[in-house]
Design a protein around this ligand. Structure first.
Ligand SMILES: Nc1ncnc2c1ncn2[C@@H]1O[C@H](COP(=O)(O)OP(=O)(O)OP(=O)(O)O)[C@@H](O)[C@H]1O
Length: 598
């Protein structure tokens, strides 16, 4: 799949369908009792409210002509009572529906987040992260109202309409017939405009998503942007993206407003017709009270229709968000446990690649027939030119990707046949970019073993010679780290990551360029720590600085997805092959640099 960019609209793979509608009702269904109760409150409130015009009619046609003050007072009290009941019930309903809306948002967002955590790396590789973020944060929020208030109001307005039709036909069947006659016009118009309206809102989402992706990328790359003085160019890009967003938004609003405009126009025409017909039939067929009541009913009939049109607009908008939300939720996890997956027993440490061929994209093989075996406790260094496939080899041991050709076995168990949790919980992986999470220094070290005591955290840091710099921080181990470790040097971040890995006590260890950011003097200290880390565990070390891997049990030279040489440092140096030349060229370079420094 081609990678999506911030300036390219994402294609919608699965438009909103019946299965998604079912999913929506699963979320809403969890709060059905609150919804039903709210519905009852609204129904009772609105029935009570609907008696109002009848009370007015009775006052106009009976109490006032007969000068019956007592009846007039009774009718006024009843009217005040209906208004109070309506207000009270509405207040309770508003609170309940707000709760339901927030609970639905909470549930969808949690499920979406849970699913994102098991999606394969390829999902993240193929789209800007801002486009993922906007779904979890913005889209979920935006569907809350449509799924709580929207659904409820939809049912309420339908009930309202049914009751109003009933009351209207009680009061004056011919005027009632005129009032409902405009309805089919509105329905036909809505059906005709629906596809255009849906496309318009999908486009708005795409443009929103693009803006989000660009802003997110710009925040992540703020340092690079400033160092390359790219602010002006980036402003222009954002301007273009905002412009496109504005245009698509205006287009969608325009389409949506035609629904509202048509409904309003038809309602006003019908409204006028009711008065014209009422005047035409005035006395004896239509009394003054009937005309007054019918005027109120006609406006009350069309108000729910206008409301329904607005609810419909919101719903079409929400559907375009739901499409994206469910698209992510329906994205297959790919890297998941087989139905009969077993728990990987405590790892002894033998690792074997059996004729493994692998590619990220179909038809593009990165690893070609790779076979090797590591015994428990061995440290295997993987070296070779950039893009050779070194990281890909170690990615497969942790099963970050599925292996379709050949097998990777740990203690004889194929990594494809064991549960991912049992595999990864026994592995330690340290990457070049040592990610530092929000929280304190101690939280970061404790990340892989939450039950570690403060003493254990400090012990791990001491062993990796990180204790000294940590104690020099303002609050020592309790210092809150800045976003992504800002305020710490690359080397310090890596020392933290080492301590984190040591504390989690993995059975198999992967160090991918893990010492690249540590300066030479610190490196000697860290090397002792690494030796500690490697002790009694099988480890795979990818290093460009060959001085760091001389003592490894075995060194594999990888190029073009194949292992071209394998042996100890001494064996490979004696062989004077690819490794020898790589080592010598690096050695000479370092010697020249050292001389220049002297
Ligand atoms: N997620 C990915 N999707 C598609 N191709 C990828 C992906 N990751 C790596 N590749 C490609 O696979 C090849 C091997 O990459 P890999 O990261 O394994 O190389 P490497 O030997 O570790 O390189 P380096 O020393 O530069 O880190 C490269 O051509 C790279 O472009």
């Amino acid at each position: 799949m081609a990678r999506n960019r911030y300036d390219v609209d994402e294609e919608l793979e699965t438009p909103f369908n019946m299965a998604n509608l079912k999913n929506v009702f699963v979320y809403v269904g969890r709060y059905k009792w609150k919804m039903i109760f709210s519905l009852l409150l609204s129904a009772v409130g609105s029935i009570v409210g609907l008696t109002g015009p009848m009370l007015v009619q009775r006052a106009m046609d009976v109490a006032i002509p007969q000068k019956n003050v007592q009846l007039l007072i009774q009718l006024s009290c009843l009217l005040a009572g209906t208004i109070l009941i309506n207000i009270g019930f509405n207040a309770i309903r508003t609170i309940l529906v707000a709760q339901v809306g927030q609970n639905i948002v909470h549930d969808i967002r949690k499920d979406l987040f849970d699913h994102l955590q098991v999606l394969p790396f390829s999902y993240y590789d193929n789209r800007p992260h801002g486009k993922i973020l906007v779904r979890v944060v913005h889209y979920v929020n935006s569907v809350s109202n449509a799924l709580s208030n929207g659904i409820l109001n939809f049912i309420i307005e339908i009930i309202n309409i049914i009751f109003i039709i009933f009351f209207m036909f009680q009061v004056s069947p011919p005027l009632a017939a005129i009032t409902v006659a405009g309805l089919p016009v509105v329905i036909v118009f809505i059906l005709l405009i629906k596809p255009k309206q849906r496309r318009a809102w999908q486009s708005v989402n795409n443009k929103n998503s693009n803006v989000n992706a660009f802003v997110q990328e710009s925040i992540e790359g703020a340092r690079v942007i400033e160092s390359f003085d790219r602010e002006e160019e980036n402003d222009k890009i954002l301007d273009r993206l905002l412009d496109k967003r504005k245009k698509s938004w205006m287009g969608a609003i325009y389409v949506s407003n035609t629904v509202w405009f048509t409904t309003e126009t038809v309602s006003q025409i019908v409204f006028s017709l009711v008065y014209i017909a009422g005047a035409y039939w005035f006395n004896p067929m239509v009394s003054f009270g009937v005309l007054l009541a019918m005027g109120t009913y006609a406006s009350r009939f069309w108000q729910p229709i206008v409301n329904l049109a607005n609810i419909y607009n919101d719903f079409i908008n929400a559907v375009s968000y739901l499409e994206r939300i469910f698209e992510t939720m329906n994205e297959p996890a790919i890297i998941e446990d087989k139905p009969d997956a077993e728990k990987l027993p405590p790892i002894q440490g033998s690792v074997e690649f059996k004729d493994v061929s692998f590619g990220y994209e179909p038809g593009q093989m990165i690893l070609k027939h790779v076979s090797f075996a590591a015994k428990p406790g061995e440290s295997i260094a993987i070296v070779g030119p950039t893009g050779a496939g070194k990281t890909t080899i170690v990615n497969l041991i942790s099963r970050f990707y599925n292996i379709e050709n050949g097998a990777v076995c740990i203690d004889g168990h194929s990594v494809m046949d064991v549960t991912i949790h049992s595999l990864r919980s026994q592995m330690g992986i340290m990457l070049q970019d040592s990610f530092v999470f929000s929280g304190t220094i101690a939280d970061n070290i404790r990340y892989g073993r939450l039950d570690a005591t403060d003493e254990e955290v400090e012990q791990a840091a001491k062993m990796l010679h990180a204790d000294e710099f940590i104690r020099n921080l303002p609050d020592g181990y309790n210092t809150i780290v800045k976003e992504r470790g800002g305020g710490l040097s690359q080397g310090q971040k890596q020392l933290l990551a080492f301590a984190r890995t040591l504390l989690s006590d993995p059975r198999i260890l992967v160090l991918d360029e893990a010492t690249s950011s540590i300066d030479t003097s610190t490196e000697q200290l860290v090397q002792q720590g690494i030796n500690l880390l490697l002790k009694d565990r099988t480890s795979f070390i990818i290093a460009h600085r060959l001085s760091t891997i001389r003592d490894c049990s075995r060194i594999m030279y990888v190029a073009d997805g194949q292992i071209l040489e394998s042996g100890t440092h001494d064996e490979l140096m004696e062989k004077q092959g690819l490794y020898y030349h790589l080592y010598m060229s690096q050695y000479r370079r370092e010697a020249v640099t050292k001389q220049a420094e002297v």
